[in-house]
Design a protein around this ligand. Sequence first.
Ligand code: UTP
Length: 267
Amino acid sequence: MPVRVAVIPAAGLGTRFLPVTRAVPKELLPVFDTPSLQHTVDEAAHAGIEEVILISNRAKPAIETFAQQATGNVRVRVVYQDSPRGLGQAVECAREAVGDAPFAVLLPDELMGDSSHLRDLITEHDRSGKSAIGLKNVPRNEVSAYGCVTPQGVPDATGRVGVRDVVEKPNSVDAPSDLVIIGRYVFSRDIWGHLAALKPATGGELQLSDAIGSLARKGGVVGVLVNCSRHDTGTPLGMLTASVDAALRRKDVSPALRAWLERRLSS
Ligand code: UTP
């Protein structure tokens, strides 16, 4: 079954961006001159997605305004998660809107250089019928910031590897590998039962990675290594470097920005 729907969770509190997130949702902060959420919607559309379901909460009315004005070849609608209790719960809010079709999930605080990785995940889902999740290699001392996978062997020449289990934020000594989950996924409908069965993790949140781990233990998950450029825009520094990178790629502003940076860094 083709993947036509994408879920983009945007109901979180954005505490790492306080104080700006008291007034502006972090998903609408600009990467240079374009809201990060628009980049994510564009990435989905370029991968062939026809409908985007934005998960928001009523304390973030600007997300709804964005949905009404979103541009591009994709329908955008909003579903609410009024008391955000984690990414697992956010995705489950889309259960009725998505139905039984396979669907993508894109986290808007990861900015991809292009839509090739999402296309790779869709291709892998088409091929295997399993849920496909984006993975990257990190140094062992960084695994504790991520969901870390127990792989079935090593990735093949195309970057595919079976996933046996997921451990959320392990310490570097106990981590099963240096392969961690990034914010791009394509799920088969099998994920819904695992989301519905989620129990609160430490901190009270319903974690998407716990549902993925539970599905993986049934043999339903394949990982695909990302090989396009990406930025983590979930922190102010990540957002700033993504903006500088985006501006340096723009012919209209790049010369002036370069000149300013060179002057600034040599003073
Ligand atoms: P994050 O954990 O990065 O977002 O979730 P956050 O909770 O808003 O950020 P901090 O930690 O307080 O700074 C990744 C994405 O998932 C959404 C967020 O809006 C963000 O786009 N999310 C997170 C939800 O939609 N619901 C949740 O319950 C949690």
